[in-house]
Ligand binder design. Structure first.
Ligand code: SF4
Length: 91
């Protein structure tokens, strides 16, 4: 079983309240490298047509890589509330 298939077995408890927020002012005015686009193992960060970073937080694996990589503090990240977030089934 490959990694994508294993991750496909994980279950996500979806909260209405996002646990990741992007500070677009910092992201656009300060950040040049946009490391979040490359470090997320779930590929949740994308650029919209206007070149702004967007995050599909519902599929977050809670690894924390994006918040470590964003050294310009353009992300507000915390764990999902109790009862929400990823439930690993197969690693
Ligand atoms: Fe992606 Fe990990 Fe950040 Fe979640 S915590 S958005 S999986 S890099």
């Amino acid at each position: 079983m490959n990694i994508e298939a294993k991750l496909g077995l994980d279950v996500f408890g979806l909260d209405k309240q996002p646990h990741i927020a992007i500070d677009q002012q910092v992201c656009q005015a300060v950040c040049r490298l946009r490391p979040c686009l490359f470090v997320c193992p779930a590929h949740l960060y994308t650029l919209d047509p206007e070149g702004r970073v967007q995050v599909n937080w519902e599929g977050c694996l809670e690894c924390g890589a994006c918040t470590v990589a964003c050294q310009d503090k353009g992300l507000e990240w915390h764990y999902p509330r109790a009862g929400f977030g990823v439930q690993y089934r197969f690693g």
